[in-house]
Design a protein around this ligand. Sequence first.
Ligand SMILES: Cc1cc2nc3c(=O)[nH]c(=O)nc-3n(C[C@H](O)[C@H](O)[C@H](O)COP(=O)(O)O)c2cc1C
Length: 183
Amino acid sequence: MKITKIITVILPLLTCGYANAESTNPQILVAYYSLTGKTEQVANAIANASGGQLYKIEPDKSYPDNKKERRKMLEQEIEQNYLPPLKPVDINPENYEIIFLGSPVWGNHISQPVKSFLHEYNLAGKQVIPFVTHSGGGRGQCFNDVAKLCKDCIVDMDGWSSWGVSTGRKLNRWVTQQLKNIK
Ligand SMILES: Cc1cc2nc3c(=O)[nH]c(=O)nc-3n(C[C@H](O)[C@H](O)[C@H](O)COP(=O)(O)O)c2cc1C
């Protein structure tokens, strides 16, 4: 492990215990997309545990509020593998070394906005740690998707996957362990 990573990533965690939103770690980004708020809750907990900067991935054009219309549109986007353009933000993900990347599971894969995120930014050489929420079908191909869509990233295949929202000690332990594993 590079000495700079020990100093900037691991030491703050060991000395402060679990970091909180006030003690941010400039190396860590917690980027996520969430349609109905579940992945967002997990992302918030990961940001608290890691001290990472939160970044909400949002399509430029929001999905319809009407559930039936929305489902139809999402199914079309998934079927056509449409990558929705994202809302511009003032954070540049390429400036971070470690990226926790969150998505709901859509049809056993990562969501289209997260695919857009991986398409829009060059994360070569970055550590990418995926996390997903689902509704009982499990993580599906999500971690493989991240590895496929970001070939030059170092993807942690031991990502987080939970049925709906799951936070607390188990998640905090996972965050700390994944950061310790970074070589
Ligand atoms: C278009 C679409 C496809 C989905 N496909 C799956 C699936 O394949 N497997 C599964 O377990 N849940 C699936 N779900 C449910 C979501 O993954 C689950 O509710 C997730 O926790 C929602 O996260 P969010 O609140 O952050 O959007 C799907 C939901 C949508 C809208």
